[in-house]
Design a protein around this ligand. Structure first.
Ligand SMILES: CC(C)(COP(=O)(O)OP(=O)(O)OC[C@H]1O[C@@H](n2cnc3c(N)ncnc32)[C@H](O)[C@@H]1OP(=O)(O)O)[C@@H](O)C(=O)NCCC(=O)NCCS
Length: 207
């Protein structure tokens, strides 16, 4: 398995990346911001993405988005192909894109919003902390991305204060040194599962 900083030579993977993201969201029944192959190709072209390849077979992907004129970056669109899950690949991809974000945008805060427990766990171990939506970028283009998510009405109803996603933020200024494997804290998954179910019962309309 190779983890590469993507470039134009990976344009041929743009469709499978989009299809795998869309299929996984359908299977999970969760909301997701839709991505087009053209958008993915831009990320590949700018060197703002990491792709995992097993020989020439697509295995995983994640990209960097820049918001608020470089004050914030997000590591988005994490996807591991179903054939390559549960062997630590997402963790490796996230570490690689996190390191790349730090190299390219050393002063930027790194954030993400997600409903996925796996992503929360990985982010937490990287040093992200859960936070409120008000601490994230107010760049309207970022929030526009949520329009294609099926839960967008919740975000609108709460005036962008909360949604089913949890916000997580890494502030490079608040972190004094890189944590060793032993020092890395584990996410309290029980608390997050509980929080998610409370939010679902509050916000999702009963059928
Ligand atoms: C979520 C996803 C990226 C995980 O990929 P993966 O390569 O299987 O993940 P890893 O093997 O690196 O696992 C990382 C951690 O998450 C946990 N994890 C993995 N899948 C999980 C799941 N569905 N639910 C809860 N925890 C999960 C693992 O146990 C591991 O935890 P540990 O460090 O305590 O052992 C993959 O399932 C996927 O692409 N899903 C669809 C897209 C998606 O949900 N993207 C995130 C959108 S925000």
């Amino acid at each position: 398995m190779e983890l590469l900083i993507a470039n134009e030579s990976h344009f041929k993977y743009a469709e499978i990346i989009c299809d795998t993201i869309a299929d996984s969201a359908k299977t999970r029944g969760t909301g997701i911001a839709k991505r087009t192959p053209e958008y993915i190709r831009k990320k590949l072209e700018n060197g703002n993405a990491v792709i995992a390849l097993d020989g020439t077979t697509f295995a995983g992907f994640c990209y960097i988005e820049v918001w608020g004129h470089g004050k914030y970056v997000a590591n988005s669109g994490l996807i591991v192909h179903p054939d390559y899950r549960d062997r630590g690949l997402a963790k490796q991809i996230k570490q690689r894109i996190f390191d790349l974000s730090g190299e390219k945008f050393p002063d930027a805060k790194i954030f993400g919003i997600t409903t996925g427990l796996a992503v929360m766990k990985i982010n937490y171990e990287l040093g992200y902390k859960p936070t409120t939506f008000s601490e994230l970028t107010d760049d309207p283009e970022f929030w526009k991305g949520c329009q294609t998510c099926k839960n967008f009405d919740i975000l609108t109803r709460t005036e962008r204060k909360m949604c089913l996603c949890t916000a997580m933020l890494y502030d490079p200024k608040a972190v004094s040194k890189k944590k060793t494997a032993e020092e890395k804290e584990k996410l309290n998954t029980k608390a997050f599962k509980r929080l998610k179910s409370i939010k679902e019962s509050l916000f999702l309309k009963k059928k």
